[in-house]
Design a protein around this ligand. Structure first.
Ligand SMILES: [Zn+2]
Length: 182
């Protein structure tokens, strides 16, 4: 599945990040409807989409924040999560039933795109480090995230699952406390 301008979790190409220096776009992507504003997204998504103000999002009792960025809950969204500059998107139907750590990771990965642009492995790393530092990602959760990711095929923007996971484990270690004596 190749998608346009969104940063999609898992499958899909990424999109844009206008406003970021040197935005890189997948070559097959049209440049017409890049950068959909929040208002346009909501108008297009229709009544099923819900806007959650920054600071109000809770995922399995965890309050999740990505600076001042709101989240659109859209059951018709084409992936688990996505990010346009300035807001995040989650698909509640796709996330339903996944382990909590995976849901939180999807959110944190999409949040990562807000800061680092389209680089998928950097967004993964951001999500893992944030999870460890904020305390919601432990070894067990990381294993669940890896398990989930390992089933995904790679594409132009995403490495294949096992490779993605290997990098994420390194990020997890980097975010941990330094061993005594160092
Ligand atoms: Zn992504």
């Amino acid at each position: 599945m190749v998608l346009k301008h969104l940063y999609l979790f898992g499958l899909c190409a990424t999109l844009l990040m206008t406003g970021v220096a040197n935005p890189v776009r997948a070559q097959s992507e049209p440049t017409s409807d890049l950068d959909i504003s929040l208002a346009d997204y909501l108008a297009k998504a229709g009544p099923d989409a819900k806007l959650i103000e920054p600071g109000k999002l809770k995922i399995d009792k965890h309050r999740m924040v990505c600076g001042k960025r709101p989240t659109v809950i859209d059951p018709k969204f084409e992936s688990w999560g996505g990010a346009y500059p300035g807001y995040l998107i989650l698909n509640p139907d796709r996330l339903k039933g996944l382990p909590t750590a995976v849901k939180l990771f999807v959110y944190a990965h999409e949040c990562g795109h807000q800061f680092i642009g389209r680089n998928e492995s950097a967004a993964d790393c951001f999500g893992v480090k944030r999870g460890r530092r904020y305390g919601w990602l432990k070894e067990e959760g990381l294993a669940q995230v890896c398990d989930f990711i390992s089933k995904l095929k790679g594409d132009a923007d995403h490495a294949a699952g096992p490779k993605r996971c290997k990098k994420m484990r390194m990020c997890y270690l980097e975010a941990g406390p330094r061993p005594a004596g160092n």
